[in-house]
Design a protein around this ligand. Structure first.
Ligand code: ARG
Length: 588
């Protein structure tokens, strides 16, 4: 469906042309003086220079030509040359009726759908999920949903960190503890046991112990590095251990992501890129992109316009081991082969920006992608505590994701029980739903690249710019619709009439903006734009609600129209929160 601004611009364009002016001046914007008008066109000001005329004369000419248009109830030229516009309530109502009938609620599907891979989540196997991975999961999931809503083919890949030193550390620590395990016997040629020699909680203890020891003990660290290299080079026993670590760890990760309503199409990781490395390295060398530098293999990626020095991209270390760069480049090769994507989007901590500059430049320079394959880095800021430092537990330790989620859920549970609207098991489920909205909205309502303060009290509040406030608004709408149903009527039938009062019109105007918000939000990879839209929309709804006696109205036709407006508001709000990655309960 055409955007409502485009409908207005079409009329204004005709008016400019009919008055002898270029239609390029016919731009319409949301008014910055809502007390005077809803929309405005400032084109007469710009046209004045071209036509050497007073802007007000041009504005008057144009207004003279739009007087009869059915779209506007008011079109006024005001000094020095603004054109102030108000939408005709009839037109607005018919626009919203069309919107309700549209399968995508007026949002247009992409004309040429793209294949897009979103690389997000990025947890490291064997290390517990911590809040640092929360942002990637939340932002990536939202971008994936937005892309799909707009008709793109979006593939979400968790891209596990499963090939690095942490694997060597775990292997080393296991060897110290149980050297008798068959995995360490190099002469062993039989099958390895199906069962892992550790549980997930043991694993979670083993890694930090090993990591701590390696920081104090040089020899231990070297052993771990050696084990990492041997694993990567294919030592049988280590590969078998690696598989165990993966199984145990991935099952646990899946459980956690499920709780967050985050799900991935691909559970690939750095290790999956490994088979692509030898050929890629040979190619980079053959074509002269990579050259040896102090024993290592590197590709130059600096550009003349660089303000600061961009160091070469290291492909292999001097001992031949692959690096984070190597697996990321090989993953690009793998993705091009498997999916031939038009775009790859990486949702990663912004402190990794340099890494991605190097990787992207290297991929482009060496033609590992097509020339027009887009590689995008969505770098996000840190989630801080109230002290402005990275979010920690009350005791000052690293906050595990599981714990954060359960703390939020408890907080929500208390509030919901206080409200006494839902009880028992239902209250638990509701608390979980509202808890997710608190976490996700709290995160997504900030521009991704900025650091933000994770404020439990504020995020879980039912008032203000929060997830629970949005859900509360939706639940309010649903409960009115429920009561309407109890009157034996069907809220899904009937039409919206022109607005009966100012707050109703304001709500209608907000609803009509939906399709002008979603596509640009995706284009700019900016879920926060959806948040600010639904916050405005929820506010507009609540003002309307407080001023209007909906169910007790005696005028049945009017009542039906308001119910239809509520249905549309519910649909738009629920669509938007789905794009953000959470949902609303029936009651709360
Ligand atoms: N595992 C990495 C980390 O925890 C993030 C992975 C991001 N994705 C990528 N393709 N490099 O830092």
């Amino acid at each position: 469906m055409k955007k409502i601004i485009e409908c207005m611009e079409a009329v204004i364009k005709d008016a400019f042309t009919a008055s002898g002016y270029d239609e390029k001046f016919a731009r319409v914007n949301v008014s910055n003086r809502p007390d005077l008008c809803e929309y405005q066109c400032n084109g007469a000001m710009a046209a004045a220079k071209t036509y050497k005329k007073a802007p007000i004369m041009i504005a008057n000419d144009v207004v003279g030509k739009i007087k009869e248009s059915k779209i506007f109830s008011q079109a006024e030229a005001v000094n020095p040359g603004f054109i102030n516009l108000k939408l005709n309530p009839e037109f607005l109502a018919s626009y919203l009726n069309d919107m309700q009938a549209d399968e995508n609620l007026s949002a247009e599907k992409a004309e040429s759908p793209k294949t897009i891979i979103i690389d997000y989540g990025g947890p490291n196997v064997a290390k517990p999920l911590h809040v640092g991975h929360l942002r990637s999961a939340i932002i990536g999931e939202s971008l994936k949903r937005m892309g799909r809503f707009l008709g793109h083919r979006v593939i979400g890949d968790v891209h596990l960190g499963d090939w690095g030193l942490q694997m060597g550390l775990i292997i080393t620590e296991l060897k110290k503890r149980s050297p008798e395990l068959v995995y360490f016997d190099q002469t062993y040629e039989g099958e390895y046991p199906a069962e892992a020699p550790f549980t997930v909680s043991e694993l979670e203890e083993i890694y930090p112990t090993a990591s701590g020891r390696s920081k104090e003990d040089e020899a231990y660290k070297n052993e771990a590095l050696e084990a990492t290299l041997e694993l990567q080079q294919g030592r049988r026993g280590y590969r078998a251990l690696w598989k165990h670590i993966m199984e145990v760890s991935v099952a646990d990760l899946k459980k956690n992501y499920e709780k967050l309503h985050v799900d991935f199409d691909l559970w690939k990781g750095e290790a999956d890129a490994d088979p692509y490395i030898p050929d890629m390295v040979a190619y980079l060398k053959d074509k002269g992109y990579a050259y040896p530098d102090q024993g290592a293999l590197v590709v130059d990626v600096k550009e003349e316009s660089d303000a600061k020095e961009i160091p070469p991209c290291m492909i292999l270390k001097s001992d031949g081991a692959s690096l984070y760069n190597t697996t990321d480049l090989a993953t690009i090769v793998q993705r091009m082969e498997d999916y031939h994507p038009d775009e790859m989007i990486y949702v990663v901590d912004k402190r990794q920006e340099l890494h991605f500059i190097q990787v992207f430049r290297c991929a482009k320079k060496a033609k590992l992608t097509e020339d027009d394959t887009q590689l995008a880095f969505v770098g996000f800021g840190t989630m801080n505590g109230k002290d402005g430092k990275p979010f920690k537990t009350r005791e000052g330790g690293v906050m595990r994701l599981e714990r954060l989620i359960s703390e939020i859920n408890e907080e929500m549970y208390k509030k919901i029980v206080e409200n006494r609207s839902v009880k028992g098991d239902d209250a638990k489920k509701t608390a979980e739903m509202v808890g997710i909205s608190a976490i996700k909205y709290g995160d997504l309502s900030n521009q991704a690249s900025k650091d933000y303060v994770f404020d439990v009290e504020r995020f879980t509040s039912f008032e203000g710019n929060t997830g629970p406030y949005i859900l509360y608004t939706i639940v309010r709408i649903k409960s009115i619709l429920e009561r309407y149903r109890e009157e034996g009527k069907n809220p899904e039938e009937g039409k919206m009439l022109p607005a009966a009062n100012a707050s109703e019109k304001a709500l209608m105007l907000e609803l009509s903006r939906f399709n002008s918000v979603i596509a640009p939000a995706f284009e700019e990879k900016a879920p926060h734009k959806i948040c600010s839209y639904i916050y405005d929309l929820a506010n507009a709804f609540n003002s309307f609600y407080h001023e209007t006696k909906i169910l007790s109205s005696e005028n049945e036709v009017q009542k039906t129209s308001w119910i239809r407006l509520l249905v549309l508001a519910r649909d738009v709000l629920e669509t938007c929160i789905d794009l953000l990655g959470f949902e609303a309960p029936e009651r709360m």
